[in-house]
Design a protein around this ligand. Structure first.
Ligand code: UD1
Length: 421
């Protein structure tokens, strides 16, 4: 099994290129099911989650080919030959539920396995289903599968999400593009991945207004056509690599990084005493020799501080000067990295959705275990600044969301390598 071995060795200097967003690509890919014409995605990230979505789409009859070493994805769903998304693929990745809305909208019927449990909380899909019902879908849950029909096609409707859900907004947005009439989604998610999806759908001929605000209005059209769309930069990969010099010292430019994608996160870095500068190449992060200041962070839907950077900012808090408080408001049970960081000498007290981190002078290397995607990269960040060697086990989690992590960090001076254990 692969593991990552890190030897903490101080300041980092250089450039790290930021890939296209995993979470955007995972919702752009199912959009191919809305049209019989080809959809080409450029700036795609090369990750195992993307390959899993490719396999799922292929199982439904789509053609998926990778070009330019995986950076370009050519998708084509001339015919949807199978309308059933099987548990065996869906259980690997929750984003699989995103095939439901497009398949139902184009074909009028679909059967999709429920994604099942997930390491970071219960994560039901009730809002996805309720939004589709508001467009006239008839749903039946049988033996772990959602059986969905829309005889005569979906019809535009109004739906107000009781709380913000990124995935449910994406599913409803895609479905509404082919529904008859107007759909209004209220309390919609405002994440950059939603904006990116709306822009891609518009390139395919959809009529959408208001993406990036909490009300999205979609005027259904009869058909969508082919398009080419560049995937937005990955704001979570960006934030993660911005933390590397913040934790270790030095200066790193994250190439292609944009301030508008990470504003709330940058506010917190600056509060901690880290310098962030937007240049024509991207975002440059630097830190002097002084210790970083403790921080209070609460995760929120966009434009608030992202839950997907919570584990990583905790790694910064571990050696900050003072007591930091981290509140997780999006997912229950998302502090599984805390006991692993404590193996490296961190002082963390978790009570429900709140973690209190008392900064220590330095961390020490230790064998640790990755428990989920973002948790695993927080352990790598902590290890970069720790004294001695850290072996991060179970890195298959990491490969779901970070392409070539050892190469990107190695190029800015980190001592990091992939090893077999
Ligand atoms: C997406 C991201 C994930 C990120 C999350 C929040 C992808 C592939 N994944 O996940 O990385 O952490 O947004 O920014 O884009 N909920 C329900 N019922 C539903 C849907 C969600 O109760 O039908 C709950 C969830 O359990 C969670 C909260 O709503 O507590 C937010 O989840 P949601 O925004 O839907 O997250 P995902 O789209 O799954």
């Amino acid at each position: 099994m692969d593991a990552i071995l890190v030897r903490g060795n101080g300041a980092l200097h250089g450039d790290i290129p930021i890939a296209g967003a995993k979470n955007a690509c995972l919702t752009l890919m199912p959009a191919t099911l809305l049209s019989e014409e080809p959809l080409t995605l450029t700036n795609a990230p090369r990750l195992s989650d993307i390959r899993t979505m490719g396999l799922l789409l292929e199982s439904l009859g789509a053609e998926v080919s990778e070009m330019q070493d995986g950076k370009v994805l050519a998708l084509s769903s001339h015919d949807i030959t199978n309308h059933r998304a099987e548990y065996d693929i869906v259980r690997k990745m929750r984003a699989s539920i995103l095939v439901l809305g497009p398949m139902l909208a184009r074909a009028g019927h679909a059967v999709v396995s429920l994604p099942g449990g997930c390491a970071i909380g219960a994560r039901p899909v009730d809002l996805h289903l309720r939004a589709l019902e508001a467009m006239g879908a008839e749903l039946d849950l049988k033996e772990g599968y959602v059986h969905a029909k829309a005889p005569g096609g979906l019809k535009g409707g109004a739906f107000e999400f009781p709380f913000v859900s990124v995935g449910a907004t994406e599913n409803a947005l895609m479905a509404a593009t082919l529904a008859k009439g107007t759909t209004v989604l209220q309390n919609a998610a405002r994440e950059p991945e939603i904006v990116d999806l709306a822009q891609c759908l518009r390139r395919m001929g959809a009529q959408i207004e208001g993406e990036g605000s909490s009300t999205i209005t979609i005027q259904g059209v009869d058909r969508l056509h082919g398009a080419t769309h560049p995937v937005v930069p990955d704001r979570i990969e960006l934030g993660t690599y911005m933390l590397a010099p913040a934790i270790c010292g030095g200066a790193v430019t994250c190439l292609g990084g944009r301030m508008d994608l990470v504003r709330a996160f940058v506010d917190k870095l600056e509060e901690a005493g880290i310098n962030v500068e937007e240049t024509s190449a991207g975002l440059r992060v630097s830190r002097g020799n002084e210790r970083v200041k403790a921080l209070d962070v609460t995760t929120e839907p966009f434009p608030g501080f992202p839950t997907d950077l919570q584990a990583q900012i905790m790694a910064l808090m571990c050696t900050a000067d003072g007591v930091s408080v981290l509140e997780e408001k999006i997912f229950e049970n998302r502090f599984m990295h805390a006991p692993e960081l404590m193996r490296m000498g961190a002082q963390i007290d978790v009570q429900g959705g709140t973690a209190t981190v008392t900064g220590v002078e330095g961390l020490k290397g230790a064998p640790v275990m990755a428990t989920d995607l973002r948790a695993s990269v927080s352990l790598i960040l902590a290890a970069l600044a720790a004294e001695g060697e850290t072996l991060v086990n179970r890195v298959y989690h990491l490969d779901r969301g970070y392409e070539r992590v050892e190469e990107k960090l190695g190029n800015v001076g980190a001592q990091i390598e992939r090893v077999q254990v």
